[in-house]
Design a protein around this ligand. Structure first.
Ligand code: GLY
Length: 210
């Protein structure tokens, strides 16, 4: 779990897991872009192994995009691959990074150069998490939503021109619609080109050109 998100939601999370009779261990970690490196993956892996996990266990990545990328990559290498679930808590991770199985960390040679394509078993998106997200983060996520309008979905782009501010300002219906449509668009592209040999590269528009 991302430490900040964990502190906000630990009660809800542990109650939900208990109610579903899921036995869980929480590993809160402080993440930022500087921590997105192989050292953090190594520390997290050792911690997981110290709990004697096996391949029947599942890791849940609870937090934003950086956390999801670190945890996904760790899940892909621990015991040669263990199931994981994404519960993204930022708009950016809900509409982009949690979906499609790209995992990874930065290397001293560049961003996201160490990683794997490793699909989560499930992605659980709850728009309520967005209520505690700073506006700047909402706008960063919104840039990824516009991306789908530009690269693949002209009707959605037109809808966003009329309704985009509702998504940022907290209209639940608009948020659910925009997130759902973004994920549908992303899944179409990932299904066509999971390993980014062609069309998937379009999804990098929001990260480079944008
Ligand atoms: N975030 C870009 C991709 O998933 O391909």
């Amino acid at each position: 779990c991302d430490l900040v998100v964990f502190n906000l939601y630990k009660k809800n999370l542990s109650t939900s897991l208990k109610r579903s009779k899921i036995e869980a261990i929480f590993i809160p970690i402080k993440v930022d872009e500087r921590k997105k490196n192989i050292g953090t993956v190594s520390t997290l892996s050792s911690k997981l192994l110290s709990f004697n996990i096996d391949r029947k266990d599942t890791i849940i990545a609870f937090g934003g995009g950086i956390l999801g990328d670190i945890v996904g990559f760790t899940a892909s290498i621990v015991l040669r691959g263990i199931n994981y679930i994404q519960i993204p808590t930022t708009l950016l991770s809900q509409v982009d990074s949690s979906v499609g199985g790209k995992t990874g960390v930065n290397s001293s040679n560049g961003k996201n150069l160490l990683g794997s394509f490793y699909q989560p078993k499930l992605v659980i998106i709850d728009t309520d998490f967005l209520n505690s997200l700073p506006r700047r983060e909402l706008i960063a996520g919104y840039a990824e939503i516009i991306k789908y309008g530009i690269i693949i979905d002209n009707r959605f782009y037109k809808w966003l021109l009329r309704n985009g501010s509702k998504v940022i300002d907290g209209d639940q219906r608009a948020r659910v619609y925009a997130i759902h449509r973004s994920c549908l668009n992303k899944s179409k592209i990932v299904e066509a080109d999971e390993k980014e040999n062609g069309i998937r590269a379009l999804l990098n528009l929001g990260h480079t050109f944008g």
